[in-house]
Design a protein around this ligand. Structure first.
Ligand SMILES: [Zn+2]
Length: 335
């Protein structure tokens, strides 16, 4: 974006005197402005709140998980997003231990011919609770709370920041955008499986599902992207990464593997998917997965990259095409 703006500037005779005065006269790119509002401080603040000890590791189900879903619904509403038809901002589902929440919101698209198609961003809110809940959290000395800052407060922060940034665009993206936060991931993708079985819009009209699960650790200059070899989203991802080299965030394609996170629920239903993932670390599923170990500056650049990616998918006329074989379930493959 900067480069094209600079080219336009250099072609204007009156701007040739001083680039600084030229820059002042250039119309500001709204996408660039909104991407710039996604900051490390914003990401860190959300992760700190979601992964606070008071959230008790967000087991499914738990009062803390309900509080997080309510917080997300309130944020979606404050951003000016709409609720999902039929369910509202909260889609309840029945987990083995009781009712658990998904939170969902929609930004209506600006193109009458494309607004009934959807780009979906997803992340899971839940984690594995405390050592006493026997979900795999192992106490470390006196610390018995598995905070799940990277897994997956980082992904929830990403979806909330994307929702805020997209809602602030003056011109809406052509396709509609769904922001989905699920629970029950740690028990086997339960919330996202429920969503694809009970989608709030026709599943075949979801053109892409972009998942964030653990984006706040490891190498500062790259992010693993799983699923680039499964659909034309891979090409779009590569193009967007090259167009926004200023982010210093290289999308690194990883060969598809079954399992991993909630994108699998969508892939199994034929929806083209990508998973943004910064890789594993020794604090995974330990009480030491805390906000002080998060690289929020990296996460902010990952989310800015995803912002540009989502905008490109939403605005590009042809919808993404799946190139991987049809899922074995025999369900119709999304076009
Ligand atoms: Zn996770």
């Amino acid at each position: 974006m900067w480069r094209s703006a600079a080219r336009a500037c250099l072609g204007v005779v009156s701007c040739a005197v001083a680039l600084s005065s030229c820059a002042e006269r250039q119309p500001v790119d709204p996408a660039l402005v909104q991407a710039g509002t996604i900051t490390a401080a914003g990401i860190r603040g959300r992760i700190a709140a979601i992964a606070d000890d008071s959230m008790r590791g967000r087991a499914t189900p738990s009062p803390a998980l309900d509080r997080l879903a309510a917080y997300a619904a309130q944020a979606f509403s404050a951003f000016g997003l709409g609720p999902a038809p039929a369910t509202g901002f909260i889609q309840p589902w029945t987990s083995p231990g009781g009712t658990a929440p998904n939170a969902v919101a929609i930004l209506d698209g600006g193109d009458p011919g494309l607004r009934n198609e959807y780009v979906l961003f997803v992340a899971h809110m839940d984690h594995i609770g405390t050592a006493s809940e026997s979900l795999g959290c192992i106490a470390a000395d006196a610390d018995s709370i598995c905070n799940g800052a990277d897994d997956n407060a980082s992904g929830v922060a990403a979806v909330l920041e994307l929702a805020r940034a997209y809602a602030g665009l003056r011109a809406r993206p052509r396709r509609s955008i769904i922001f989905l936060l699920v629970s029950g991931e740690e028990e086997g993708l339960l919330g996202s499986r429920y969503f694809v079985a009970h989608p709030v819009v026709p599943l075949e009209e979801i053109v892409a599902a972009i998942n964030f699960d653990m984006i706040g650790r490891n190498a500062r200059d790259s992010i693993l992207v799983i699923g680039m070899d499964r659909s034309s989203l891979g090409t779009i991802m590569t193009e967007v990464g090259l167009a926004h080299a200023e982010l210093g965030m290289r999308p690194a394609s990883v060969p598809w593997r079954p399992g991993g996170s909630d994108h699998v629920s969508f892939d199994s239903s034929g929806v083209p998917t990508l998973w943004f993932f910064a890789g594993v670390h020794p604090d995974l599923h330990r009480p030491s997965d805390t906000v002080d170990r998060i690289d929020a500056e990296k996460a902010a650049r990952v989310v800015r990259l995803a912002f540009y990616l989502g905008l490109e998918i939403a605005n590009r006329s042809p919808r993404p095409v799946r190139t991987a074989p049809a899922p074995p379930s025999g369900r119709p493959v999304a076009r």
